[in-house]
Design a protein around this ligand. Structure first.
Ligand code: IMP
Length: 179
């Protein structure tokens, strides 16, 4: 028998795949309406945002650059360590670029707060932030993403890029994980 967790065992669907796709189209329209049609550097935060990033950039009209930042803040459990570490830097300078930081979920807010300051240090023209999911009930620092896909309650979620111990990222929907 494999020791891999089995999705059906401990998860229930919170946001179905179709709702995620519909919301991403709306978000892309909102972002372009606010930020204009010019070049936009989308910066996906790995690993959790890789699927959201892929769907969002395809929904965005106009010129888009794709960059990634590797960040580690969890170490296999369901609670943050509070320590943010850059594991992979941008591949190009972003000085003078209009940037959109693409996050999977904002929980305590520590990661978003850290990354916003990190990017601002690279002298971009602007930094906006979009997260697919927001858990405002668990904030430890006051940060508000500019664009939010869905506001969710304080539950640990997996799927659509989000993991538990590196599993479940491949689920096409967002599910609540109950141990
Ligand atoms: P924060 O720094 O506490 O806001 O957490 C940000 C990161 O923690 C996210 O980018 C996720 O990778 C991870 N995270 C927070 N909540 C969850 C969750 O419910 N499921 C999976 N990962 C989560």
């Amino acid at each position: 028998m494999s020791d891999q967790p089995h999705p059906q065992d401990r998860t229930r669907v919170l946001i179905p795949a179709e709702r995620i796709q519909a919301r991403i189209v709306e978000l892309a329209r909102e972002i372009r309406a606010d930020l204009g049609d010019g070049p936009l550097t989308c910066i996906g935060v790995l690993k959790g945002s890789f699927i959201f990033m892929a769907d969002l950039v395809r929904a965005l009209d106009g010129p888009v650059r794709c960059e990634f930042l590797g960040v580690s803040s969890y170490h296999g459990g369901t609670r943050s360590t509070g320590v943010v570490r850059i594991t992979e830097d941008l591949s190009h300078p972003i000085e003078g670029h209009h940037c959109l930081l693409v996050e999977d979920i904002v929980d305590t807010g520590l990661t978003l707060d850290y990354l916003r300051h990190f990017l601002e240090g690279r002298k971009p023209a602007s930094v906006h932030t979009v997260c697919l999911l927001d858990k405002p009930g668990r904030r430890e620092v006051e940060v508000a993403p500019d664009y939010v896909g869905f506001t969710i309650p304080d539950e640990f979620v997996v799927g659509y890029g989000l993991d538990l111990g590196e599993f479940y990222r491949n689920l096409p929907y967002i599910a609540v994980y109950s141990p």
